[in-house]
Design a protein around this ligand. Structure first.
Ligand code: ATP
Ligand code: MG
Length: 376
């Protein structure tokens, strides 16, 4: 099987690594340069998008911000999965909110803003404090504002108006501020035959809007709620592939924050912690194969490596630690790789995370240090 992935970042890279044992070969479309590249070496493969579409058995995507003209040619080929509707919903908060409402899935109260008058209406409808998010192009907390008091309305509007003017079809979605206890996410897969398998929920810690620590958790009650919402959304979209849902946990009740129509950073732990990792399951689904088991095999946490291109050697010497680099050039805050930390028991995993706090720098890995502090 030959799979063409739209996007040539770390997610395409890890799909390629997971696909090799199944004889699934991956090439990647770099949306920036418009080149078809090898997902591991980034070497240009010399044929353009049209030829690559023709050669591919299946086309899929590793991210949702794909130019619509590219999506359309892929869709016309009849080979694109999960569906363009799902990709567009993941890339536009207006469509995402409409999808959640259509699927009767709980989400934060919201209001769409296109003008200064809409902003006033949003404040009346949603109330303060509120979170304001650009509808297009947002990721890792970028393109967001927080409005706590009416004093800041004009200054916030100036920035929002600039953002709206800068991009065609851009708008802002105002959301009520959700006083969540924690953030969790569910990664799961829906096969071509409609079969659904979900992984255990992951609890996620963000640092400055970017995921920093993600740990698989065992919570039967929350898992059930999350799976019901996952099924409603995946079936509504007639989805095929891996889909991730981010939730706010408010006193044991889940609200969907956003959806990601792809493999997800909070599912990287599955490479060591689950019987079949999310990358393999995405490929199995889009290639029409049976899904692999999503069962937890070892308690596992994932630590993101942000803006660093080296690690103390002691990490590799530490039992249960697996390092995954993405081969990217170092830039401040950039996702450069991750460390999966596994153990036989939860208590042992906690102990290992605490010992990692002694090895990893506090500035670069604040979430690991906070975790260790809380256990003291
Ligand atoms: P991602 O990298 O996950 O794609 P993103 O930039 O698309 O991030 P969100 O996930 O919507 O944005 O928001 C980033 C973070 O901001 C959330 O993980 C959460 O911590 C916080 N946040 C977002 N919306 C709300 C809300 N309505 N109430 C409270 N906190 C929020
Ligand atoms: Mg998010």
């Amino acid at each position: 099987m030959h799979v063409l992935v739209l996007g040539a970042g770390q997610l395409a890279r890890m799909m390629s690594l997971a696909g090799a044992p199944l004889n699934i070969e991956i090439s990647a479309f770099d949306v920036g340069s418009k080149n078809i590249v090898h997902p591991l070496t980034q070497a240009i493969l010399g044929n353009g998008l049209d030829t690559a579409i023709e050669r591919a058995d299946v086309i899929t995507a590793e991210f949702e911000h794909i130019p619509h003209d590219v999506l359309e040619v892929c869709e016309r080929s009849g080979k694109f999965l999960p569906t363009t509707k799902a990709i567009k919903a993941g890339g536009d908060r207006r469509l995402e909110k409409a999808l959640l409402d259509d699927a009767s899935v709980k989400n934060a109260k919201y209001y769409e803003i296109n003008s200064r008058e809409d902003f006033d209406a949003a404040i009346a409808h949603v109330g303060l404090p509120m979170v304001l998010k650009s509808t297009l192009g947002g990721y890792d907390g970028k393109g967001q504002w927080r409005l706590k008091t009416l004093d800041n309305v004009e200054a916030t509007w100036t920035e929002m108006a600039e953002c709206i003017a800068a991009t065609d079809n851009q708008a802002i979605v105002a959301e009520e501020f959700v006083p969540f206890d924690r953030e969790v996410s569910l990664v799961g897969a829906r096969g071509a035959n409609g079969e659904i398998q979900v992984y255990p929920l992951a609890e996620n810690v963000h640092t400055d809007g970017v995921l920093s620590l993600s740990t698989a958790i065992d919570d039967i009650e929350l898992q059930e709620q999350a799976k019901t919402m996952f099924t409603a959304i995946a079936e509504r979209l007639n989805y095929v592939g891996v889909l991730a849902l981010e939730f706010f946990d408010v006193q044991g009740s889940l609200l969907v924050n956003e959806i990601a129509p792809r493999v997800h950073n909070s599912g990287h732990w599955t490479q060591q912690g689950a019987e079949t990792c999310q990358f393999e399951n995405h490929l199995r689904a889009v290639c029409g194969m049976p899904l692999g088991s999503t069962k937890l095999i070892r308690p596992t946490a994932m630590i993101n490596i942000l803006g660093e291109d080296t690690l103390p050697e002691a990490i590799l010497a530490q039992g249960g630690c697996h390092v995954h680099w993405y081969g990217k050039e170092k830039r401040a805050g950039r996702k450069m790789g991750h460390i999966n930390v596994s153990a036989d028991y939860n208590a042992e995993l906690q102990r290992t995370l605490c010992s990692l706090a002694n090895i990893l720098d506090k500035q670069a890995y604040p979430a690991v240090h906070e975790f260790a502090e809380q256990l003291k």
